[in-house]
Design a protein around this ligand. Structure first.
Ligand SMILES: Cc1ncc(COP(=O)(O)O)c(C=O)c1O
Length: 332
C-alpha cells in the first residue's frame, strides 16, 4: 500500500512548478516551490515539525508537555497540528488583529489561543511576544521562540535547501524568498551556497519592514505599517543570517497583491499575498538574467487564507489597492 504512517510524514517534499507570469518566454526558467502543499498549509510546518521532534528526541520535552509561542498566523496552525499529532498541549498567543479564520484554524487542532492587545510595545507583558515568554518561564512550558531559534534555520538547511538542489539537479542559479523570521531563507540558502557558492540569494522584504536595511548593513529605519502578511518585521531576528544574502528586493503591498491575483488568474497558481511579493521580485531578477538562469522562488502559503483580503475586490478597493471604478464597471 502507498500510505503514510502519520500526517507529519507529509511535511516537505513540496513541488517546484514553472512560473510564467512576468517572465519572458525566451528568458530564464523560473520555478516556484509550493509550500501550501504542506499538511497545515504553509512553509512553517517544516520548522514546527523539526523543532518539536528534535526537542522530543533529545529529551527536552516528553509526550503530554506544553509547547508555547507567539504567532500572527501560519506558525500557530503548524504548531497546533504537530502538537495534536504528537500528543502535546499547545498554547499560542496572538495579537487581536489576527483574523477569526486564523484563530479558529489553530483552535480546530485542539490548541489554546490567548488573544492579546496589538498596539503595545514589544517589551510590554500584555503583548503577544512577552506573554508567551512569561508563561513559558512561569509554568515551565517549552518556548519555541521561532524568531530566534536556530533549529528553525536548521529545518530549512535539512529539508528545503536539499529539496531545491535535488529537484533542479543542481542547476539553480538564483534563490528568491521572503523573510518572516528568516528561517526559510537562511537555512535553504546556506545549504545551496555550500553546494555552489555562485548561487545568488535574493531576499524579499515588504516596504516598511526593517530587514532590508539591516541586511544592507545600514541603520534601521523607522518601521512603517504594511498589509502583506508573513514577511517583514519591525525588529531584527536571530533566525535571519545576513551573510548568506546577496541582495534584497523591496516590494510594496500593491505590487504584491496585484501579482498574487495575476498569477492565480493567469496560470492557476494560488499563492498568498507574500507569494505575490516573491513572484514580483522574480520578474525583476529574471529581467536581468540570460536564458541559462534557473530561478527558484518560495510560495510560502496559499491564497485560500486570504480570500477575505487580497483576493477580495472590496477589501482591495477599501485599502486603495484597486481603483473604485472597477466596482462601477461591475455595475455595483
Ligand atoms: C506567509 C509566510 N509565512 C512564512 C514565510 C517565511 O517565513 P520564515 O522567514 O519565518 O521562514 C513567508 C515568507 O515568504 C511567508 O510569506
Amino acid at each position: 500500500m502507498r500510505v503514510y504512517d502519520g500526517i507529519l510524514d507529509l511535511t516537505g517534499k513540496t513541488p517546484l512548478v514553472r512560473l510564467r507570469t512576468g517572465i519572458r518566454s525566451d528568458g530564464p526558467r523560473a520555478y516556484v516551490k509550493l509550500e501550501f502543499f504542506n499538511p497545515a498549509g504553509s512553509v512553517k510546518d517544516r520548522m514546527a515539525v523539526h523543532i518539536i521532534r528534535k526537542a522530543l528526541a533529545t529529551g527536552v520535552i516528553k509526550t503530554g508537555d506544553t509547547v508555547i509561542d507567539n504567532t500572527s498566523g501560519n506558525f500557530g496552525a503548524s504548531v497546533a497540528m504537530v502538537a495534536s499529532a504528537l500528543g502535546l498541549r499547545a498554547i499560542l498567543t496572538v495579537p487581536d488583529k489576527t483574523s477569526k479564520e486564523k484563530i479558529d484554524l489553530i483552535k480546530s487542532y485542539g490548541a489554546e489561543v490567548i488573544v492579546t492587545p496589538t498596539d503595545v510595545e514589544h517589551s510590554d507583558p500584555k503583548g503577544y511576544y512577552m506573554m508567551a515568554r512569561n508563561l513559558a518561564k512561569k509554568h515551565g512550558y517549552f518556548d519555541m521562540t521561532q524568531y530566534d531559534n536556530q533549529d528553525n534555520v536548521e529545518a530549512h538547511y535539512l529539508t528545503t535547501g536539499p529539496e531545491i538542489w535535488e529537484d533542479t539537479v543542481g542547476k539553480i542559479t538564483h534563490f528568491v524568498a521572503g523573510i518572516g523570521t528568516g528561517g526559510t531563507l537562511s537555512g535553504a540558502a546556506r545549504f545551496l551556497k555550500e553546494r555552489n557558492s555562485a548561487i545568488q540569494v535574493i531576499a524579499v522584504d515588504p516596504e516598511g519592514s526593517v530587514f532590508a536595511e539591516y541586511v544592507r548593513g545600514n541603520q534601521l529605519p523607522e518601521p512603517a505599517i504594511y498589509k502583506v502578511e508573513g514577511i517583514g518585521s519591525d525588529v531584527v531576528t536571530k533566525a535571519l543570517h545576513p551573510d548568506v544574502i546577496d541582495r534584497v528586493i523591496t516590494v510594496n503591498d500593491k505590487d504584491s497583491f496585484d501579482r498574487a491575483r495575476l498569477v492565480a488568474r493567469n496560470e492557476g497558481i494560488h499563492g498568498g499575498g507574500s507569494s505575490g511579493s516573491v513572484a514580483f521580485a522574480m520578474e525583476q531578477v529574471a529581467s536581468e538574467c540570460g536564458g541559462e538562469a534557473v530561478i527558484v522562488g518560495i510560495f510560502a502559503d496559499g491564497g485560500i487564507r486570504y480570500l477575505s483580503k487580497c483576493f477580495d475586490d472590496e477589501w482591495m478597493i477599501e485599502h486603495g489597492f484597486l481603483p473604485s471604478e472597477k466596482m462601477m464597471e461591475k455595475g455595483r
